[in-house]
Design a protein around this ligand. Structure first.
Ligand SMILES: *Cc1c(COP(=O)(O)O)cnc(C)c1O
Length: 460
């Protein structure tokens, strides 16, 4: 019948999408708007532009434009590391002895090692276009800060990264990659901001948190002329930029007439998953096709599977807008888990609304089982996966094994978001048998829920 599908389906350079796709345009019920925390009214563009770049604010608020042209400069940058390969996991299928057909879209083929570069370059471009001097951001484990520092150096922008202090000290390699690309990296909390000084005074010796680093980065951006704040996940604009992953995936599958049954991705703030599923969800929303879509999250930070769908702050400093999302509460502190990119308490408002409408599913998995899957995958497919990505690997393997039992020849596509070279301490703990699985109790979760703001219509 059809020709044999190659191990790697590469698109040509000129097949990189020229537009991003905005799922919101096809959603009948739109995601809830961001609210001003003081007035509880939807935020206007005027209120957002002191913090974010103008063009990015427009993208954030645009629920109706389906296809957004990718500026030529961004397309040119994409050509340095895209199209990314869609791999047919023949070796894994054989190892699992499954009739399922497994594909993964690999986003780790760039120096930052993850999909985050797809949005970093877009955000840096719009900042440059606006004539700004630079941008500020926070980073936890460091993937986002690394991607942003690469993007800023390309456009000659200053890049100031507030890095959670514990990571700054424990992950010197990522820190030095950022500095190689010209970024300045400050351990957070720091004495360089008002909010940082307050936190240091109140909690001397604290090793910091992502929420605190966000608060510092926002203050740094808004208190300096010519700077804006940028964020690597959660926001609508980030999902828009990441749609390049899904558009390429669909184009590659279409070349060989392959239609997936199931699409699986890990979910931290939801950007890679939102990007991977975008064109498929578009078809689903328009009633043209159906797919089973599964978000995978850590059992230690189960926003979808155990969170509440309410308005909450995106940061612990409570200075960011309120977003309606599946959340564990801005005060929720996840137990130590090595998938740093999946430790956010909330979730993209777009994915939250799609999940609430029953258009996608979610499962949570425990960390040691994720590393078992990661190691098995590394040994058979060659790629050393990031702990975050390995959540998707784990569930894709589970689904393929179910097919073995039922004899179903399902086509499974999953997102392999990045490489794990900077996560070897986690792999070490796994190998030494010292890795733990802590699942929060209902009481633990209750404490987080108590930090969710209460106002008419929310959490009453
Ligand atoms: C940041 C990160 C994630 C999670 O972020 P999303 O916004 O949910 O995609 C997943 N994988 C890797 C490798 C990451 O760096």
């Amino acid at each position: 019948m059809s020709e044999k599908i190659p191990y790697k389906i590469y698109l040509n350079e000129n097949e990189i999408p020229a537009t991003w796709y905005n799922m919101r345009a096809d959603m009948k019920k739109k995601p809830a708007p961001l609210l001003n925390p003081a007035t509880h009214q939807p935020l206007t563009a005027e209120e957002l532009t002191p913090v974010f770049c103008e063009e990015l604010v427009a993208q954030e608020l645009d629920d109706s434009t389906a296809y957004v042209p990718i500026p030529q400069e961004i397309q040119d940058f994409y050509k340095m590391y895209r199209p990314s390969p869609l791999v047919r996991a023949y070796c894994l299928e054989k190892e699992l002895d499954t009739p399922a057909k497994i594909y993964y879209k690999f986003e780790g083929n760039n120096t930052s090692g993850s999909h985050k570069l797809n949005s970093a370059i877009a955000q840096a471009y719009y900042a440059k276009k606006q004539g700004l001097k630079g941008v500020t951001t926070e980073t936890g484990a460091g993937q986002w800060g690394t991607a942003l520092s690469m993007a800023c150096s390309y456009f000659g922008l200053d890049c100031q990264v507030y890095m959670v202090k514990v990571s700054y000290e424990q992950k010197p390699f990522r820190r030095e990659v950022m500095r190689t690309y010209g970024a300045s990296v400050t351990p957070s909390p720091s004495p360089t901001t008002e909010v940082g000084r307050k936190i240091l005074e109140k909690f001397p010796g604290t090793t910091g948190s992502l929420g605190c680093a966000i608060s510092e980065a926002v203050e740094a951006a808004t208190s300096k002329e010519g700077y804006r704040y940028v964020l690597g996940s959660v926001l609508n604009q980030v999902l828009l930029h990441q749609s390049v992953i899904g558009l390429e995936t669909k184009a590659a599958l279409d070349k060989y007439g392959v239609k997936p049954d199931m699409i699986i991705g890990c979910a931290g703030g939801g950007s890679n998953l939102g990007g991977l599923i975008a064109p498929f969800m578009g078809q689903k929303l328009r009633g043209e096709a159906d797919y089973q879509i599964i978000a995978v999250e850590p059992a230690s930070c189960p926003s979808f599977t155990r969170g509440k769908y309410v308005y909450d702050f995106c940061d612990t400093g409570m200075i960011c807008p309120l977003a309606k999302m599946y959340t564990l509460g801005n005060g929720f502190i996840p137990s130590a888990n090595h998938a740093g990119g999946l430790r956010f308490h909330g979730m993209s408002t777009i994915l939250s609304e799609l999940y609430d409408q029953g258009l996608m599913e979610a499962v949570s998995v425990e960390q040691t089982s994720v590393f078992e899957a990661a190691e098995r995958f590394a040994r058979i497919e060659g790629i050393l996966p990031a702990p975050e990505s390995s959540h998707a690997i784990k569930v894709a393997m589970d689904e393929a094994l179910k097919c073995k039992e039922t004899g179903e020849e399902k086509t499974i596509v999953f997102g392999l978001t990045g490489t794990g070279y900077f996560d070897m301490v986690a792999y070490e703990q796994f190998h030494n048998g010292t890795m733990t699985d802590y699942i929060p109790t209902d009481e633990d979760l209750q404490k987080g829920f108590e930090s969710i703001p209460r106002f008419p219509g929310n959490m009453e």
